[in-house]
Design a binder for this molecule. Sequence first.
Ligand SMILES: NC(=O)c1ccc[n+]([C@@H]2O[C@H](COP(=O)([O-])OP(=O)(O)OC[C@H]3O[C@@H](n4cnc5c(N)ncnc54)[C@H](O)[C@@H]3O)[C@@H](O)[C@H]2O)c1
Length: 256
Amino acid sequence: MAAASLDLPERVIVTGGTSGIGRACAELFAAAGCGVGIISRSQQRADAVAAELAATSSGTVFVAAADVADETGMQAAIDQLAGELGGVDALIVSAGIAGETGALLGTATVDGFRQVMETNVVGAFIAVNCALPYLTESPDGSIVLLGSDSGFVAVPGMIAYNASKGAIVQLTRALATEAWERRGIRVNSVAPSIVDTPMARHDLGDELMDDPPFPLQSPQDVAWSVAYLSSRQARAVNGTTLLSDFGFAGRSSFPA
Ligand SMILES: NC(=O)c1ccc[n+]([C@@H]2O[C@H](COP(=O)([O-])OP(=O)(O)OC[C@H]3O[C@@H](n4cnc5c(N)ncnc54)[C@H](O)[C@@H]3O)[C@@H](O)[C@H]2O)c1
């Protein structure tokens, strides 16, 4: 059977593009021949990933170093990448942290809560704001944020993370309404359950991740959802959060 193909954006910026889901997105877009701009906190790490992608794909890869919570640094990084790419058609926001994993109410700290919200929510808004002028210029601008099934079901010991990912669901809707009506830009998010990435391995441990009692997805599984939402084939999809979770969030935890 012949495969239908996605019309992907030509110029894509990915935050958190050197690891896990962000890296899988950068790989997918670069392999499809797109221009890709990776934002990472570490210039050295970004250079190494860009060299690996350049060796294995037809797309052009540029890198910039910035912390997503630093508005000035992010504006400089996005201005640089937009200049190198010749514009921006899609922004993928994958930079994120889990925070104080396992810290229950009473031990979870306010500082830890702030740090997670700064990175996962404020950082997402900063990235969107910085890329907005370029996406507005694109004939087909779109944004895909990384949420989580933790935005729908609360995982114990992750108060700040759960709250931050709930915020991403509503941030997606809020941005989508205004960005579409005023600028023709679509905004969607993907909410995965546990994905085999350095973040999940750090939080859950290799032993559990190597023999998980839950269905485990790959970063590539998520990258395909991101690719679809950023593609022209999803031109009527706006303000939605796509759960990629094997149906977990919709399932009662009590046996039938
Ligand atoms: N791995 C999972 O099980 C899972 C499940 C659901 C959602 N997610 C979400 O997917 C996204 C990507 O997660 P991942 O699993 O690929 O994690 P990861 O740790 O493998 O990659 C995240 C990247 O973001 C970068 N980053 C973190 N804070 C940053 C900051 N302040 N500025 C710039 N870069 C920063 C990290 O350095 C890293 O390169 C996150 O938003 C995460 O919450 C992950």
